[in-house]
Design a protein around this ligand. Sequence first.
Ligand SMILES: [Zn+2]
Length: 166
Amino acid sequence: MRGHGAITRERSSSISSSSVDAPTPHCYCGVTSLIRTSWRSDYPGRRFYGCSGYGTSRKCSFFQWYDPEPPARYSDVIRRLLETNECIRSENRELKKTRQELLDELRRLQQSVHETRAELEAAVAASTAMEDNMLASVVRTRRHGVVIIVLISVIVLLIFFPDRSR
Ligand SMILES: [Zn+2]
C-alpha cells in the first residue's frame, strides 16, 4: 500500500514538472498550436502540440510533446494491453468465422431437411397410389373368383343333373 502511494506521488510530480504549465507554443506558421493526441507512438494517448492548420492546406511540421514522457513501466503496460487487445481481436475474428461456418452448416441442413421432406412426401404419395391399385386389384380378383365359382357350380350342376329339365 505504501508502495502504491509512492508511485502515485512520483507520477503526479513528474506530470506537474512537465511542459503542461509552460505557455502554449506557436507553430512555424506563427499561430498558436493546438493540443492533439497521438495514438501511434510507443505511448498511445500521449498528447502533443501540433499545427492548428492540420488537415487543411495551411499546415507545417511543428511538433512538440505536451505530456511528459511516461515511465518505462507505462510502455510495458501499454505493450501488454495492445498484445491482449490483438489476442481478443484475433479470437473475435475466429468466433465470427466459426459463427459463419455454423450458419452455413445450418443452412445446408435446412436445405437437406427440405429436400428429404419433399422426397418423403413423394414416396408417401407413390405408396398411397400403389395401395389404391392393390385394393382395386383385390376387388377385381374377388369378382373374378365369384364369377369362376358360379361358373363351376353351374357346370357341376349340369354334369350331375343333366336330365333334370326333361
Ligand atoms: Zn503551423
